[in-house]
Design a binder for this molecule. Structure first.
Ligand code: OOG
Ligand code: MG
Length: 263
């Protein structure tokens, strides 16, 4: 069930994408559309994706967010959300991230996978996900809500493509069978100081649970996770604000370190 017509969805998608591309904040869309539903919000996100693809951009990955208790508590919400990353959001390990292109960036440490088989819900579970994982790799997501003061509700953040802005992938890939993703430790350092830490179990008990939820969410919308997808399972700790001059390094047990500098 949707409450908005196609025209309104297109207008809201343009509004939110312009805020992203112009790096300016806007008010929550639920202020003006209090009766908007989940379907509408994912429709707006899909329209943002269609706009990018029509300009020649490729989809570089899929993401689950608000999957750890620390993140849910920080943002005052109780369920995960799903979004996508576009090609221009990808940055290599050691990158300089330009803060002038962002509004109020925060970093998140995430355990990620690349798949070797398609995953289509409903009915996806840990077993089907494990069979489809090609390898595990670490990444840092740089989120940047387009909403004023980084304040939003779940519906608004879904429409805003779950604050996706940039991501830095690590360079060490490992087989899933060589790792215990629940006990895999993660230490996030900002300017040489450890500022947040957790283990993989912080994400829904096991990070691959987020992949199953993503497949089931997409399945309900008639979509799937294609083979070869890069998937981010969500920040293991609360997100940490950064500004120009900050250095961030995240140390992942068994997966190496991912670093970047904000300029
Ligand atoms: C929403 C996106 C959250 C994560 O990993 O939890 C997210 C937000 O907090 O702005 O990407
Ligand atoms: Mg994230």
């Amino acid at each position: 069930m949707s409450t908005l017509d196609k025209n309104t969805i297109a207008k809201l998608a343009e509004h939110l994408e312009n805020a992203e591309l112009g790096a300016h904040s806007v008010t929550k869309i639920t202020n003006d559309f209090p009766n908007i539903d989940w379907e509408d919000c994912y429709d707006i996100q899909d329209e943002i994706r269609r706009r990018k693809e029509s300009r020649g951009h490729r989809i570089a990955g899929l993401k689950a967010g608000l999957t750890s208790f620390a993140k849910m508590k920080q943002m005052g919400v109780t369920t995960p959300v799903f979004g996508f990353m576009a090609d221009y959001m990808a940055e290599p390990d050691g990158a300089e991230i330009k803060t002038a292109e962002l509004i109020h960036p925060k970093v998140e440490a995430e355990i990620c996978v690349v798949t070797k088989a398609p995953l289509r819900g409903p009915g996806c579970h840990m077993g089907t996900v494990m069979a489809a994982v090609d390898f595990v790799l670490p990444a840092v997501e740089i989120i940047d809500s387009r909403y004023r003061d980084f304040k939003f509700d779940l519906k608004s953040v879904i429409a805003d493509n779950t604050s996706a802005a940039r991501f830095v992938t690590g360079t060490r890939m490992r087989d899933l069978s060589d790792l215990d993703l629940r006990t895999l430790g993660v230490v996030l350092e900002k300017n040489g100081e450890p500022v947040a830490m957790a283990a993989g179990a912080a994400v829904l008990g096991h990070p691959l649970t987020a992949v199953a939820m993503l497949a089931n969410h997409l399945g309900a919308r008639g979509q799937e996770i294609p083979a070869g997808s890069f998937i981010m399972t969500g920040g293991v700790t609360e997100a940490i604000s950064v500004e120009a001059g900050d250095n961030v390094s995240v140390r992942f047990q068994d997966l190496g370190t991912v670093s970047m500098r904000f300029v």
